[in-house]
Structures are given as C-alpha cells and as structure tokens.
Design a protein around this ligand. Structure first.
Ligand code: NAP
Length: 240
C-alpha cells in the first residue's frame, strides 16, 4: 500500500519533469511509447495512446495499480500530447490527423474515466489533471486538432468536475503550463510559415530566452496541484 502517481507522456519534456518532481513519496508510472530514462526510477507502461485498440489494456493496468496500492494519495496526469501534424485542416495527411485527435483529446477523456472508476469510493486525496494549453482558447493557424483537443479536455474537466462534486470527490483540473523549452517547441520553430504562420513569434520567444524550463514548469505545476484546486478548475500556470 502506497501513494501512486501515473503520468502519461513522462518519457520526455514536461511529463518527465512532472514525474521526477512528485512532491510526496509515491510509486511513479509513465505511460508512453518510448519510456522514461532507465535510471529515473519511474516505471513504464508501453502504449501508443493514439491507438484506440490499446486503451482497454491501459485502463486495466490503471485499475490494477490502484487496486494493488490502495493509495490514500494518488494522481493521474495526462501530459502526453502532440502538435504533429502541424498544418492546415484540409491540407495535412489523414492518418496523422486522426492520431492527433485521438491522442490529444479522446485518450485523455478515456483514461480520465478509467482513473475515476479506479479510485471511486476510495478514501483519501486523489487528483486527475489534464495538461492543457493556451491553444485551447486562442486559435493558431496550423494547430486545429491540437487546439480543439485541448479545448475538449478543458470542457471535459468542467463536466467531470461538476460530477465529482456530487459523488467521487476526486479533484479534476486542467492546467496550461505556458511556453516550455521541450522538443515540442523545437518542432514548432522548424515549421515553414506556410503551415504555421505564427512561427516567427515562437522563434522570437526562444531567441529572447522567454521559454520556461520543464523543471521550473513542473515545480509550479505541483505547487498549483498541491494548493488544492477546486474540482472542475481550468487554470494557466502563467496566472500564478
Ligand atoms: N512545450 C510547450 O510549450 C507546451 C505548451 C503548452 C502545453 N504543452 C503540453 O505539455 C505536454 C507535454 O508536452 P512537451 O512540451 O513536454 O512535449 P514533448 O517533449 O514532445 O513530450 C510529449 C510526450 O507525449 C508523449 N506522447 C506523444 N505521442 C504519444 C502517443 N501516441 N502515445 C503515448 N504518448 C505519447 C511522448 O512520449 P513518446 O514519444 O515516448 O510516446 C512524450 O512523453 C503536452 O500535453 C503539450 O500539449 C506544452
């Protein structure tokens, strides 16, 4: 019996920093395709979350871990996400576009549902956090499915948060982290203006040293989570 923190996308970037900085003793488990560094002490479940066929097995693993640990403190953080394929709707390839929709939006909702069912009726302190983005409310040409996916997660959090007020008691929230110095930003800066017209702004933010390190973002992320957000909250770390 022990605390449990599950982080999707803890193989790199923000998810890895969040998994490394869990502010309490816990079993920490990543769900991704490539896995965290071997010396990280973070366990790994191998899954491609854009593949719907893999979801039932991942859900079963989440439920089993909760059952095994019977945690008084637990969290599931959905940090896995992708901007790929950047480009305009109607111009990008079909299958990568479908994968983007499934990973960014649908897998978070499904895993959130699986986690809520796993912790339902258990005593203690449980957090379900979706890593969101400013793109959920600001449109960027070239990011249609990404922005729509994050907006869907935000609204899912509002709905599920309302439900958890009635029963369940899990704190459900969405946290947008700001602009973080990860491989996602490297990919953004490489884009041609034709497919991502605002690319220059992101190159400038990088050149002006305005990107936040994943470790600093993870430190603030946990500060906000540990402050005990009201369930259903959708917040931006830049406001803290
Ligand atoms: N960087 C920013 O400026 C920024 C701003 C706002 C929001 N965010 C959000 O922050 C989160 C982390 O992004 P990041 O910047 O740290 O990017 P990153 O370094 O590219 O990390 C993305 C993570 O998602 C995982 N992932 C991608 N596709 C996956 C799939 N099909 N199945 C399972 N896992 C998958 C990756 O693992 P594998 O490749 O090993 O599968 C990786 O661990 C994302 O939700 C992103 O939308 C980032």
């Amino acid at each position: 019996m022990g605390n449990l923190v599950i982080v999707t996308g803890a193989s790199s970037g923000l998810g890895l920093s969040i998994a490394r900085q869990v502010p309490f003793e816990a079993r920490v488990v990543d769900i991704s395709r490539s896995g965290p560094p071997p010396d990280s002490g973070i366990e790994h479940i191998d899954a491609d979350l854009s593949e719907v066929g893999e979801w039932p097995e991942v859900a079963a693993a989440v439920r089993q871990m909760v059952k095994d640990e019977s945690p008084e403190r637990s969290a599931l953080i959905h940090a896995a996400g992708t901007l790929s394929p950047m480009g305009f709707a109607g111009e990008v390839e079909d299958l990568p576009y479908a994968a983007n929709i499934l990973l960014n939006s649908a897998s978070g909702q499904f895993l959130g549902h699986a986690y809520l069912s796993a912790v339902a009726g258990r005593k203690g302190d449980h957090d379900l956090v979706m890593v969101s983005s400013g793109a959920a409310s600001t449109p960027y040409q070239g990011w249609s499915s990404y922005g729509a996916g994050k907006a869907a997660l935000n609204h899912w959090v509002r709905h599920a948060g309302e439900e958890q007020k009635l029963r369940g008691g899990v704190r459900v929230s969405a946290i947008a982290p700001g602009v973080i110095d990860t491989s996602m930003q490297t990919e953004i800066r490489k884009m041609p203006e034709k497919d991502f017209p605002r690319v220059e702004r992101f190159r400038d933010l990088h050149d002006e040293g305005k990107l936040v390190s994943p470790d600093e973002a993870a430190r603030r992320f946990w500060q906000v989570v540990e402050s005990g957000l009201e369930t259903g909250s959708v917040v931006d770390l830049r406001a803290y």
